[in-house]
Design a protein around this ligand. Structure first.
Ligand code: HEC
Ligand code: HEC
Ligand code: HEC
Ligand code: HEC
Ligand code: HEC
Ligand code: HEC
Length: 395
């Protein structure tokens, strides 16, 4: 080997080592969650999208108490003599007051209250929820930490960072921000924030209609997750990425994640839609003579819009995805779609959503969300659904 050749070899090897180190650093960075920029960063260049998204419930799912607690909740907490607000933590059993509440979950249909769980450092629920339509407190018994039971669907960029089945109490999870933010549907955006390039950000429009609905279905679904357990030792109801350290990306096909350990009725072929289920899945579809005669099973509980839609002609014949009726925000080239005004654009006056989409999916006492099966000749009467705008407490 002559000297020039040797120099070349050394330079080449050094470059390779630097590249490898760079790749490693990039990998490390990804696992720390730095690839997410946060919705405030997107706001700078996408004001229309940000402001319209900020008016939807996606931006309001889990909030600090002072930002999101309902006026009626504060007024009735201690003073409603016959039916006061919550008093105890569901995991620790200890007593808590309104002042102890750290976070509130929801507020359109119902509101639930989160305080610290001293045993794990996570959050536990209080023993009552507030029904916005009846204005009453109702018993609520969820005995698992929010971070390990609900948070995958209520945050963006959720990931498990430590999980040992033999030591559940020390499991750890993080997320890039609370609520269903820009990057839940567009994927990690830090690179795009710097480059402003189209090729560094994901647009759900590049998916097929079935895949668009699958993206929304990651959260608008009801399932039992037997792979990962909560610190309290129970199966989860949400669906974190199979590998510890990884997070859901909007293009992921989650229907293929740990299929043996996830029961997803109506989605996994072996989990029959008309079967009887146990636990949280019990009663998730209405299995009665009307359903059997139609071969269409309306949702019996809330957050299963995907499992309703996939039974419909709209889905099976590639006619309409979730996004065709509910565009989650406005944009330069798009109009935010108001679902109940969309039927007319394709059907004229043939179908009214009130008749085709009765309230069937229970979310609180005597309160439901609408079915998404789009059954022609739907004959079920609607149970009460929510309407109006929640009134927040102002300090
Ligand atoms: C510094 C300005 C800037 C910031 C910050 C920014 N974007 Fe963009 N974004 C752009 C520009 C410019 C385009 C148009 C690119 C083009 O047409 O080539 C764009 C395009 C997009 C598109 C459309 C891509 C397509 O395929 O049509 C999406 C989606 C998007 N941005 C999402 C986001 C999200 C989510 C964030 C926050 C994580 C964000 N942007 C932050 C400047 C920005
Ligand atoms: C990361 C989880 C997640 C994803 C992904 C998701 N959603 Fe949601 N969605 C929620 C949660 C949680 C709520 C309830 C928010 C609340 O009540 O504060 C919600 C509420 C809604 C609502 C009712 C509230 C409103 O503001 O109109 C609609 C409609 C909706 N989602 C449609 C969609 C569509 C369409 C998609 C896909 C493009 C989608 N969602 C993707 C979690 C998600
Ligand atoms: C698989 C995803 C998923 C899981 C797991 C999940 N949720 Fe939700 N949740 C949703 C979606 C989607 C909605 C809104 C659509 C609906 O209710 O049909 C919602 C709605 C809510 C609402 C009503 C919001 C409002 O504005 O009134 C509350 C409160 C709530 N969830 C609390 C919880 C709690 C507490 C847990 C954990 C025990 C939990 N959720 C687990 C997806 C999920
Ligand atoms: C619940 C899912 C969801 C969330 C949350 C969401 N988007 Fe989108 N976004 C979409 C979908 C779906 C499209 C494609 C729709 C279309 O063009 O018809 C889109 C399109 C876009 C586009 C292209 C717009 C255009 O005019 O062509 C931009 C830019 C964008 N989103 C930015 C954002 C920003 C910024 C946020 C947060 C403030 C955000 N999105 C939150 C689902 C979402
Ligand atoms: C993007 C266009 C589009 C939108 C929006 C849309 N539909 Fe459809 N829908 C269709 C098409 C196309 C068919 C199939 C042809 C037909 O049966 O009319 C269909 C079929 C149906 C059927 C018959 C299903 C069957 O089993 O035969 C019902 C019921 C229905 N739609 C109700 C609704 C309702 C209610 C809305 C509003 C919430 C709505 N559609 C919004 C395009 C649409
Ligand atoms: C054919 C149109 C259409 C499609 C497709 C569709 N929706 Fe809806 N959705 C509606 C209408 C109409 C309502 C009632 C809106 C209202 O009351 O303002 C609704 C209501 C909802 C609600 C609020 C629950 C309630 O009772 O108001 C959620 C959450 C929701 N849809 C999510 C989804 C998701 C997720 C998908 C895809 C899996 C989807 N929708 C597909 C038309 C549609």
């Amino acid at each position: 080997m002559n000297r020039r050749m040797l120099t070349f070899m050394i330079v080449f090897l050094c470059a390779a080592a630097i590249l490898a180190a760079g790749a490693l650093a990039a990998e490390k960075k990804e696992s720390a969650g730095d690839e997410f920029a946060g919705s405030k960063a997107c706001m700078k260049c996408h004001k229309t999208e940000f402001e319209s998204w900020n008016k939807t419930l996606h931006s309001k799912m889990v909030q600090k108490k002072d930002d999101g607690i309902l006026k009626a909740v504060v007024e009735k907490w201690a003073t409603d003599g016959t039916n006061p607000g919550p008093t105890k933590g569901n995991v620790s059993g200890a007593e808590y007051k309104l002042d102890d509440v750290d976070l509130v979950a929801g507020g359109y249909w119902k509101q639930r209250f989160l305080v610290k769980n001293p045993a794990t450092g996570n959050h536990q629920f209080l023993d009552k929820q507030f029904n916005r339509m009846s204005g009453e407190s109702e018993p609520y018994g969820q005995k698992n930490d929010w971070e390990f039971m609900c948070a995958t669907c209520h945050t963006t960029g959720y990931r498990l960072t430590a999980y040992d089945p033999a030591n559940l109490k020390d499991a750890k999870a993080t997320f890039s921000e609370m609520n269903v933010a820009c990057e839940a549907c567009h994927g990690p955006g830090a690179k795009h924030v710097k480059s402003k390039s189209k090729k560094d950000i994901f647009n759900p429009l590049t998916l097929s209609k079935a895949e668009q609905s699958r993206l929304c279905g990651y959260c608008h679904i009801r399932l039992e997750n037997e792979k990962f357990k909560t610190p309290q030792g129970n199966f989860r109801e949400d669906f974190p990425a199979p590998k510890v350290g990884d997070t859901f990306k909007p293009w992921d096909d989650w229907t293929k994640w740990y299929p043996e350990e996830a029961i997803i009725p109506g989605v996994h072929p072996e989990d029959k839609i008309d079967a009887e289920y146990k636990g949280d899945l019990k009663g998730m579809f209405i299995v009665d003579d009307i359903s059997k005669a139609n071969g269409v099973y309306e949702e019996g509980k809330h957050h299963q819009e995907y499992q309703g839609l996939i039974q419909s002609k709209h889905y099976k014949e590639n006619i309409a995805s979730c996004v065709d009726c509910h565009m989650p925000h406005a944009g330069k080239n798009i109009k935010q779609r108001v679902a109940k005004e969309m039927c007319k654009t394709c059907h004229g006056d043939t179908y009214s959503y009130e008749k085709i989409m009765p309230g069937t999916g229970g979310t609180a006492k005597n309160l439901t969300v609408r079915t998404h099966t789009f059954l022609k000749g739907q004959s079920r009467a609607s149970k009460p659904t929510a309407s109006g705008t929640p009134e927040l407490y102002k300090k």
